[in-house]
Design a binder for this molecule. Structure first.
Ligand SMILES: NC(=O)c1ccc[n+]([C@@H]2O[C@H](COP(=O)([O-])OP(=O)(O)OC[C@H]3O[C@@H](n4cnc5c(N)ncnc54)[C@H](O)[C@@H]3O)[C@@H](O)[C@H]2O)c1
Length: 288
């Protein structure tokens, strides 16, 4: 089982203040707790993790022992996110930059290796959703969606895989898909196309990366409550009405699936997609 922190938990924060623990006892206890964790000895890069789903994945992985480099294009957001994870006892660094930029992707991998000694997990979470009618969809929007969702994910996987192969450590790569990669969704042709492509990319990489003990999978969230989606005042009610389980996903729902797929528990699972949608794709009721 992957352990999940409560939002208000302050992991080990108070332990060192304990009146009855000597420094030696504290270190022994800390050592025991660290080795007990699912992601002890793992280091990860997660893109677009200043908020939303990526942040929750980072937070839960850090709580479960991973050292994490989180990225976001918004510098202030990503710094605050790393501070929060570290305040909960995590080991996290922030690197602001554009996760679609191939040179910057290499910098993220290098920075993770420089700080943590190696890289074993890469999560291409950053993705943008630019809605628009197909008949008038502008090429600039298509380019932006393709650059981040596809180019960014493709090259993060490539650069991370090269590093993992160099280390001979094995590892895991995870892409963030969407139910819109499975079911047609009004005004999301470009976005849905990129998400379907990521699932095929994961399957394709099975052939090339399995010999190096690297798993490649995708998570496909349905409607998920995040800072961004909650900007739409009707979002929660609309998706509660049309989702069989009666509510949209939370970031915790999606993070649980993501953690499983990059954990040792999923060591023999590769080229697969895990849908987290409260049953929505089974019925696919339109929100419009
Ligand atoms: N929220 C949902 O309902 C939902 C549903 C299905 C799939 N997804 C997918 O899950 C992933 C995360 O979704 P979310 O809603 O949590 O994300 P979000 O829209 O809240 O964005 C997360 C972060 O990505 C950052 N970002 C944007 N462009 C970037 C870039 N070029 N480089 C680096 N960072 C960048 C943003 O600043 C933001 O902090 C995305 O790939 C999204 O397509 C989300």
């Amino acid at each position: 089982m992957v352990r999940v922190p409560h939002h208000d938990s302050f992991f080990l924060g108070g332990l060192t203040k304990g009146r009855f623990l000597t420094i030696e006892m504290t270190f022994i206890l800390l050592g025991l707790l660290m080795t007990d964790k699912k992601f002890s000895n793992q280091t990860a890069v997660i893109t677009g993790a200043g908020q939303g789903i990526g942040f929750e994945i980072a937070r839960q992985m850090a709580f479960n022992g991973a050292s994490i480099l989180i990225n976001d294009i918004n510098e202030e957001l990503v710094k605050k996110a790393a501070e929060r994870i570290n305040s909960e006892g995590g080991n996290c660094i922030a690197l602001a930059g554009d996760a679609a930029d191939i040179n910057f992707i290499q910098q993220m991998v290098d920075a993770a290796v420089q700080h943590f000694g190696k890289l074993t997990i890469a999560i291409a979470n950053a993705g943008i959703t630019l809605f628009g009618d197909f008949l008038t969809y502008p090429s600039e929007s298509l380019q932006s969606v393709m650059n981040l969702n596809l180019q960014g994910s493709f090259f993060l996987a490539q650069k991370a895989a090269r590093q993992i192969i160099k280390q001979q450590s094995g590892g895991s790569i995870l892409f963030m898909s969407s139910v819109t990669g499975h079911q047609a969704h009004k005004n999301l042709a470009a976005y849905g196309m990129t998400k379907a492509a990521l699932e095929m990319l994961a399957k394709s990489l099975v052939v090339e990366l399995s010999p190096y003990h690297i798993t490649v999978n995708t998570v496909a969230p349905g409607a998920t409550l995040t800072e961004r989606t909650l900007e739409d005042a009707d979002y929660k009610n609309t998706w509660s009405r049309i989702t069989p389980m009666g509510r949209p996903a939370t970031v915790e729902d999606v993070a649980s699936a993501a953690l499983f797929l990059v954990s040792p528990d999923a060591g023999h699972i590769t080229g697969q997609n895990l849908i987290v949608d409260g049953g929505w794709t089974a019925v696919s009721t339109s929100p419009y």
